[in-house]
Design a protein around this ligand. Structure first.
Ligand SMILES: Cc1cc2nc3c(=O)[nH]c(=O)nc-3n(C[C@H](O)[C@H](O)[C@H](O)COP(=O)(O)OP(=O)(O)OC[C@H]3O[C@@H](n4cnc5c(N)ncnc54)[C@H](O)[C@@H]3O)c2cc1C
Length: 491
């Protein structure tokens, strides 16, 4: 087989860029790695024509992880702001839950320029203005990519392995031309969130920490303003904000029908901005880092990651692999953890000259064990929460969420709702018993979700060590998910 490269990575977002860095770094520069991105050098990593759509928030833990493993440093100006945690506010504004834990607000336009610096210094070849159109397949293996240049000239790149990091609208995974265990599509109505945001400067004249706080990312839960999603106000400075929301299409359709409205994502974002009392005289920032990126909308997958991330000569990562966390759509952290894992697996597979499904299988196993094992349980929780009216969400946050749950969520673990799952506790605590009687269905369903999450996590910890066990495992997974959907009344 004639190859031009050992690995070709499609997409210069956080997933693709860090995977390419990791392969180069872990192989000591001995492997030929090409990264292609459809943007120009100046606009590297841009998601859509409208910009680098993102809430820009990442945990310190995730960024530290990738910096330590790849021996790179991110600082100003790509890190714009530091926060101490996230404040989640109930629909009735009566309950505030503080999840402390340091994080950063990135500048997604400038961050890729810093990534580019590291890519090039690690010896990765980067081609700009190249659109990957389809995969080349031979004898049941992916062998490369068919591309076009920005002026429409077609060409082919051949490699031992192709990494699809082209984001949530991947055409490569969707049209995978070989037999494989990888899923090609998700249910877009249920599992894709339409999201959008402004980056704005404003006059800080009204102090109300429930609407803007330079120390905390604020999440407003509101099924009317963000049906099936949530609204966010993330500080990017003392008087600068990333403000936006996400919606689930099915929930938005239901909400519009119920209220005789015709809202869409853009009109809802504008309504949320208007509702935010602390954002006075908002305007687009004029600095280079925000030019062309003040308003942007795009989609985020909020499902568990692809049940199988590998095929012969092919792997998926980041949004192309549906890695964002189902509960909050955070996709940067999982992409960074996955890049380090995938980098190691690719080096091993390429050095042993085995880029078959089974040669790449440990990427599945290692990702599931390190990060992905909880995502199906979050998918069930997210799907359930999306069905709840504002009233139930406010009630649940006030009466059923315990300090233990808050600690679990801070550790990015599934809440166990001990107030509801401990039968004796409900029996002994008169006040809790009264609350459970007030909303028996809510209490029963949350308790069911907590138990289901335990089963799903233990199923994932039993992810097959080799392709042979996969079909049986997948059947068990789908059975668990089907049961949860039926029981919780999710269509
Ligand atoms: C509005 C919004 C808010 C969000 N907020 C947050 C947040 O606050 N925190 C968080 O962690 N996550 C957030 N996310 C999710 C996060 O932005 C993504 O998970 C993350 O960017 C995924 O990185 P990626 O590298 O997989 O894909 P992307 O960042 O989408 O990068 C893909 C790259 O591939 C290029 N490309 C695509 N197709 C091709 C092709 N055919 N050929 C060549 N190049 C191609 C694209 O132009 C782009 O450069 C948000 C997403 C949205 C839309």
């Amino acid at each position: 087989m004639k190859v031009d490269y050992d690995a070709v990575v499609v997409g210069g977002g956080p997933a693709g860029a860090h995977t390419a860095m990791a392969v180069s770094k872990f192989s000591g520069g001995n492997l030929r790695v090409l990264l292609i991105d459809r943007n120009t050098r100046e606009e590297f990593g841009k998601k859509t024509k409208r910009g680098w759509a993102c809430g820009d928030a990442v945990s310190k833990r995730s960024l530290d992880h990738v910096m330590n493993k790849l021996d790179i440093r991110y600082d100003r100006p790509e890190i714009e702001h530091h926060v101490d945690g996230v404040l989640v506010i109930s629909p009735d504004h009566e309950t505030e839950v503080l999840f402390d834990g340091e994080g950063y607000l990135l500048n997604r336009k400038l961050w890729p320029q810093r990534m580019l610096h590291y890519l090039e210094s690690l010896g990765v070849e980067v081609k700009f203005g190249v659109d990957a159109r389809s995969l080349i397949a031979e004898n049941g293996f992916v062998r490369g990519v068919r591309c076009t240049t920005s002026d429409g000239k077609p060409f082919e790149v051949r490699a031992k392995v192709v990494v699809d990091a082209s984001g949530s609208a991947s055409v490569l995974r969707a049209n995978l031309p070989i037999e494989s265990k990888m899923e090609r599509e998700i249910d877009k109505e249920q599992d894709m969130e339409g999201t959008g945001r402004y980056i704005l400067e404003f006059d800080r004249v009204l102090e109300d920490h429930t609407w803007f706080d330079p120390k905390f990312c604020i999440i407003h839960l509101d099924q009317f303003l963000a049906p099936g999603g949530y609204c966010w106000t993330f500080p990017k400075g003392e008087s600068k904000v990333n403000i936006g929301l996400g919606v689930q299409k099915a929930a938005l359709d239901r909400r519009n029908e119920a209220h005789g409205l015709k809202d869409n994502l853009s009109s809802l974002i504008d309504q949320y901005l208007k509702a935010n009392r602390a954002i006075v005289n908002p305007r687009a920032p004029e600095g280079y880092g925000d030019l062309g990126n003040s308003y942007s909308i795009w989609q985020v997958p909020v499902r568990r990651q692809n049940d199988c991330l590998v095929a012969n000569g092919f792997v998926v990562i980041g949004d192309a692999a549906w890695m964002p966390r189902p509960i909050d759509a955070g996709g940067i952290g999982p992409a960074l953890y996955a890049s380090v894992i995938l980098g190691r697996v690719l080096v091993e597979a390429l050095e042993s000259n085995d880029t078959s499904e089974s040669g790449l299988w440990s990427y599945n196993v290692n990702y599931v064990h390190e990060y992905g094992y909880q995502m199906a349980s979050f998918e069930v929780l997210r799907r359930y929460l999306q069905t709840l009216p504002n009233d139930d969400i406010s009630f649940g946050m006030k009466h059923f969420l315990s300090q233990d749950d808050i600690e679990s969520i801070k550790r990015r673990e599934h809440p166990k709702f001990p107030l509801l799952t401990n039968f004796l506790r409900v029996l002994m605590d008169g006040e809790l018993r009264r609350r459970v009687r007030e909303r028996p269905k809510l209490a029963r369903s949350l308790s069911y979700v907590a138990n289901k999450s335990r089963r799903l996590i233990s199923l994932y910890l039993d992810y097959p060590e080799s392709p042979g066990g996969f079909e049986g495992w997948r059947r068990r997974l789908h059975k668990e998910l089907r049961e949860a959907n039926e029981r919780l009344g999710i269509s």
